[in-house]
Design a protein around this ligand. Sequence first.
Ligand SMILES: *Cc1c(COP(=O)(O)O)cnc(C)c1O
Length: 425
Amino acid sequence: MKRKQQIIHRAINENILTENLTAVGIMDFDGLKKTVTDAYQAFPENFQHTFAVKANALVEVLKALREYGMGAEVASPGELKIALAAGFTTNEIIFDSPAKTLGDLRTCIKNNIAINIDNLQELARIDQLMLEYPNTQSIIGFRVNPQIGGGNISSTSTATATSKFGYALADENNRQALINIYQERPWLKSIHTHSGSQGCALSLMAEGIKVITELAEEINTTVGTQQVTRLDIGGGLPVNFSSEDVTPSFQEYAEVLKSAVPLLFSGKYQVKTEFGRAIAAKNGVIITRVEYTKNSGGRHIATTHAGAQIMTRTAFLPKSWPLRVTGFTCSGVQRTAENSAVVVTDVAGPCCFAGDLICVEKPLPKLTVNDYVMVHDTGGYYFSNHFDYNSLPRIGVYAVSGDNDNLQINCIRRADSLEDVLNKM
Ligand SMILES: *Cc1c(COP(=O)(O)O)cnc(C)c1O
């Protein structure tokens, strides 16, 4: 918490919270760099890590991740645009959408962007395009659904029997059919799986990766050469939202993978990963101001400016996506049981529906008007969300870097006030 304490002091000293009136998102770039370094140190050299852009689609964040050595995984024209703006070259980008148009596929193949094929209809389109672009450098492979089952959050479980993603490997004789497909197409050089995201156990993820590794071996044996050279094992490393601890670590994941699928660590295959949440989440916080407090039915309620508009998952699925909060006084002193009475609290957002809550029925040191609330682990899939990139999110985003005693803080996305909105009309 020491660094976070420094971050809130700096934000207060530089009037950042006041200027934005409402809420800010802050990314710790030193933290990001350390996280990427941890990922590279946990795995051998044949592993190359890409970042799932949907987890944090801020150009400045992506620029930094590229500098730290990551590639980019994208699934929409908007994400591609953002990745290119951040400096990624086409051969550093993997395009993964399950709904690629013919135009999308042509663009990728023409520009050497790697693609993971979702289904046989998509394959038929690519077969046609390969006649037009026989010399493409695009690394192409199937996204395989190993159908190994889900974790405890259904909306992020991608490897169930009926998942919408990928080619269902365990159905009827699909496995043999896929081996034949690879045998007939020497340009199929990769196999991809993304076994699941938050809520999936490491052992479940490793099981899915084992399935595609064995499939690659079988294809290569059938063909008689190493046609499949790349295994794209997806992202999905879960994040601990309940404390400051980073668990599981990349090291723990690497150990589980190594014992389940030692071949991945032999250097025989180029291994791509597509981490999103595990890179971004713990390196970002939201800081918002308490606008009002009240007591309703015995519950202490603190109304802030951060709710469903930037914490959509938490507001709609609070049991699956609980977030941790810490209160600070307006001068930046952390509220603790020592300096404030602990009361059962709901921390609410500004949206006009009852479920717009950051946390519910939490015993918290009592928050008062003009306090700040820090919402932890929100560096991925929260304020950085690009789905409403152009719809004037009322939240500025800041980058911090440097030593705790000498933090730099810089704006990377401005928040718009009502005044700005009127002036732009
Ligand atoms: C979302 C996604 C990821 C990243 O998932 P995380 O749980 O954030 O690591 C990786 N690959 C694909 C194909 C995805 O859709």
